[in-house]
Design a protein around this ligand. Structure first.
Ligand code: FRU
Length: 730
């Protein structure tokens, strides 16, 4: 080969490399001769014309009040038509520009509708249009890169218009970084499929947290059987979400994805296995609560269907099996014989044509009023919200606590108002009927509707309790309603109406309506506690509550958890009847060793009496009289639990709440797991759940008095073992 021939080869090789790079996508490769149409980085929209209210007076800087977190935009500003909420409408139109490049690339997000669009107009006609990706509750506020091909429009004069003509849920659009470019933007392929014969229990779907959501459908014999929105990983994978295909063994199954980048490896990367990926780490992960329930994979929120049936406690839960954040609401399912050791069994309710599976409850239908029983076995009946449009109440049932069937006559209760949800059902022995409490928003007010039924299938409205009736505007979501004895006296019983945030009312119930006796009261006093539910049919009559504990576990293939199960009581205090909370007694089964101290005087500056008492998982009980001390401080693995004697308040990790002394004494119980602490004080009147990622290196316990001497009556430090057979102390 001649010299010049060699040089040409080199030039061609370089060209090939450069072109290869260009093909990787316009999102990351910005050509120097790109023409910026708008980047929305300024305080105002400049020469763009605004109509209506939706766009405000200038670009937004991320999310607006009341909006989920918005990401995926470039720089600090973007167009966000959520100004004034979803109902505001308007347009935003660019100055006229000449089309001088082959493509118009942009970032877009928000609602999906022909009334929500980024449009390109030439000669006053819309010639190109794009919209957001969300049209059902939930979803994602992430902007994604899209583009218009302009090659046929070269040299024409055009304007870009952002249109928000939509109201209601997802009635807004987000846009950013509009650029004319000759670099062909990375394209999408629509309805990409991969078929295989189902040989294993799971397909392992690659997930990248925060990636654009794709509609992923599993088809069997051409029929869609499972459909979810999943943040599929095009390349690097954060974790693998198992899709259970065991029901179609040896059949051909097809995964279909609505759209993928042309160079996405998502479908090739889907794996097949009988075990979870990374099963060896299961329950031993660094941020896995060791005595708090959390799902093996994916996201959980509310506990659902809490019930005791056939010798087992059943805990169902709001579950996104395919995402690290909320979405794709399924009912996950776990069982336990002792409220401490849980076995997760797999999802029992998946979204269907009536909508995603929102929260609800479970009962044992002892008298088979529903007719769902079989062979003399009373059915376990789930009552749940299907959150489609309309949003309705439905049933599913089981006679073995394992296989659940949705009732063919669903829904059993139509929509009262949009968003009505979270049915909690119980058997009211006095009137021999089922009662359902349902959260309903009516004319902008939060209410609880009471319905009654002879058979769980036919319901009629009995009464309505306004949020205001129990002293406030806020009696929101996930109501629970149950009767408890006051101070354990069987003859003195009262009803408690509990809301998702833990606030409650106390009063009477006659089978028709709730008669509150006092103002709405604060229940739990901590953080990240929500949507708690009590167990139905507990054999010994205890009222046991479990809450969603908002423990954020970044970097883990799961997110969120439950509180420990809590035994509730009612206590007569000088201020009236109040709820009390205590860890269920079964938890002490995890105690594996105790170190204790008897009576001692705790002086300021003295040596730490808990020196050397260390444990990763700890259950600490401390009883003291404050004496002359201003504060008694118990520090558990770096988490400060301070009792402020003068104010009779407890400060847990900086969060201050009332905690009155009881007969001059304070008894603190602190349960410490990897994901936070739960603190009990004042004889259970004060319960402070506090999610936080506890420093894994710090095992120290520390006890001190400040400003004076306190008398400690007893300290017990119990080291706990993990509730997971595969977990353990690190
Ligand atoms: C409470 C809640 C419920 C709803 C569920 C949906 O956290 O919003 O009202 O049923 O979550 O996941």
């Amino acid at each position: 080969m001649t010299e010049s021939g060699r040089a040409w080869r080199l030039v061609l090789l370089l060209l090939a490399v450069v072109c290869g790079l260009c093909d990787m996508g316009a999102e990351i490769v910005e050509a120097s001769d790109d023409l910026l149409v708008a980047d929305f980085e300024g305080e105002t929209y400049g020469e763009w014309q605004v109509t209506g209210e939706a766009f405000g007076s200038g670009p937004a800087r991320g999310a607006l009040p009341g909006q989920m977190s918005v990401d995926g935009f470039a720089g600090v500003g973007l167009v966000n038509s959520f100004v004034g909420g979803d109902d505001a409408t308007g347009t935003l139109t660019s100055p006229v520009f000449r089309i001088e490049r082959g493509y118009l690339s942009f970032l877009i997000g928000g609602g999906r509708s022909d009334q929500l669009a980024l449009q390109l107009l030439v000669d006053v006609r819309v010639v190109r249009s794009a919209t957001g990706s969300n049209d059902v509750p939930g979803g994602s506020e992430q902007l994604v890169a899209e583009s218009f091909d302009l090659t046929e429009l070269s040299g024409r004069m055009a304007v870009v218009r952002v249109l928000d003509g939509a109201k209601g849920s997802w009635g807004h659009i987000n846009v950013d970084q509009i650029v004319q470019t000759d670099v062909r933007p990375r394209g999408y392929v629509m309805n990409v499929e991969r078929s295989l014969r189902a040989k294993t229990r799971y397909l392992q779907l690659p997930v990248r947290n925060g990636a654009a959501k794709r509609v992923v459908t599993l088809l069997v014999d051409g029929e869609p059987v499972v459909q979810n929105e999943i943040e599929l990983a095009d390349g690097a994978v954060d974790w693998w979400a198992p899709l259970d295909i065991s029901g179609w063994r040896d059949r051909e199954v097809t995964l279909r994805v609505d759209r993928l980048h042309e160079d996405s490896a998502a479908l090739q990367n889907v794996g097949e296995s009988d075990e979870l990926r990374d099963a060896a780490e299961l329950y031993g992960e660094p941020l896995r609560g060791q005595f708090h329930f959390s799902p093996r994979r994916g996201w959980n929120n509310d506990p659902n269907g809490c019930v005791y049936y056939n010798g087992e406690y059943h805990l169902f839960f709001q579950h996104n099996p395919y995402g690290w954040s909320w979405g794709n609401m399924h009912w996950g399912h776990a069982v336990s014989r002792d409220l401490v050791h849980w076995e997760e069994l797999g999802d029992v309710l998946q979204p269907d044509e009536l909508g995603p599976m929102f929260s609800g409850s479970a009962v044992v239908d002892w008298n088979n009023t529903s007719g769902f029983g079989a062979d003399g076995r009373p059915p376990l009946v789930l009552i749940y919200t299907a959150a489609g449009s309309p949003t309705v109440q439905c049933l599913a049932y089981s006679t073995d606590g394992r296989k659940f069937v949705k009732y063919a006559g669903n829904p059993v209760l139509g929509e009262v108002t949009g968003g009505n949800r979270d049915p909690k059902v119980f058997w009211h022995a006095d009137t021999r009927q089922w009662v359902m409490v349902l959260y309903v928003e009516q004319r902008g007010r939060h209410t609880v509707h009471f319905f009654v039924s002879p058979n769980l299938r036919d319901w009629k409205l009995a009464s309505v309790t306004e949020g205001d009736a129990v002293g406030g505007r806020y009696l929101f979501e996930c109501p629970d309603f149950f009767e408890l004895s006051v101070d354990g006296a069987a003859a003195r019983r009262k009803w408690v109406l509990l809301a998702a945030n833990g606030e409650y009312g106390v009063g009477g119930f006659d089978g028709v309506g709730f008669q509150p006796e006092q103002q709405r009261l604060a229940g739990q006093r901590g953080r990240g506690f929500y949507a708690a539910q009590s167990f139905s049919d507990v054999p010994d009559g205890r009222r046991i509550l479990i809450g969603w504990w908002q423990t954020e576990t970044r970097g883990m293939p799961f997110n969120q958890s439950m509180t420990i199960p809590l035994e509730l009581g009612l206590r007569e205090t000088t201020e009236g009847v109040r709820l009390t909370f205590a860890p269920v007694r079964e938890l002490s089964a995890l105690r594996r060793g105790v170190q204790s101290l008897g009576e001692l005087e705790l002086r300021p500056g003295q040596r730490n009496p808990l020196e050397g008492m260390e444990s990763e998982l700890a259950d600490v009980e401390l009883e003291f009289e404050p004496g002359t001390a201003g504060a008694v401080v118990l520090t558990v693995r770096g988490v400060v639990v301070e009792y402020d004697v003068r104010k009779q308040e407890l400060v847990v990790a900086g969060h201050r709440v009332a905690a009155p002394l009881q007969s001059g004494r304070q008894h603190l119980r602190v349960l410490c797991d990897r994901t936070g602490v739960e603190v009990f004080a004042s004889g259970g009147l004060c319960y402070v759940p506090m999610p936080l990622n506890v420093d894994s290196q710090n095992r120290r316990l520390y006890l001190e008095a400040r400003g004076g001497t306190a008398v400690v009556h007893s300290v017990e430090v119990h080291a706990l073992r993990s509730a997971w057979s595969r977990g353990g102390e690190r």
